[in-house]
Ligand binder design. Sequence first.
Ligand SMILES: C[S@@+](CC[C@H](N)C(=O)[O-])C[C@H]1O[C@@H](n2cnc3c(N)ncnc32)[C@H](O)[C@@H]1O
Length: 231
Amino acid sequence: MADVRRAAAEVFGAGLSRAERFAALLERHGVERGLIGPREVDRLWERHLLNSAVIGERIPPEVEVVDVGSGAGLPGIPLAIARPDLRITLVEPMARRVEWLTEVVDDLDLDVRVLRGRAEEKAVRAEIGTVDVVTARAVAPLARLVGWCLPLLREGGMMLAMKGASARDEVARDADAVTRASGGTPTVSECGAGLVEVPTTVVIVERIRPQASAHGKRRRNTVGVRSKRAG
Ligand SMILES: C[S@@+](CC[C@H](N)C(=O)[O-])C[C@H]1O[C@@H](n2cnc3c(N)ncnc32)[C@H](O)[C@@H]1O
């Protein structure tokens, strides 16, 4: 526990009290609202908050990030707390999860946008345009994920897919799908070494070709969008 506290202080810095508040909200409501399993309550910091926030190691300063399939807010909320320099949008199709995410963003007073919809939907793509980084944790196999996430990236942008032990197998199995989706050669990277007991494995895919068709410029606060940021 002492190590977890030290890591939390290091990873969240000035945002530590917000991270504690997020952990408390998940602990109090996460199970009853179907966001986390009952066994997760005792390992929220290691398996969820820290494990999510450490992927910030691979994200450059002050870029625009979309977290696809945010669910309970992972990795998007810990990332927003640890990295207030990022402009973050959480994309989630399920109404009750969107409600949760909106409540959390309000409660923690985070400058984060919540967008309801599926990443591959035309309206979602039009709303987001293209960004620098897309994150996803536990959303879909790599082949499907690149089809949903890479169209949201500018050329040279990066998808960071948090994967467990399956990372290298998925990269080998889904290489063709990555190429078809305009992705470069995936790399597998470990984040959080020396901070978390089990480093977070991330599959990183760069978008190497521009989009075949433009999705239009980013617009704010249209259908299903909740934002605190000034538009
Ligand atoms: C297993 S949960 C993981 C949630 C969270 N990322 C986490 O690690 O706790 C998968 C989430 O992805 C969302 N999802 C599924 N398909 C999606 C899509 N096409 N676009 C955006 N989100 C999607 C689901 O609604 C669900 O909330």
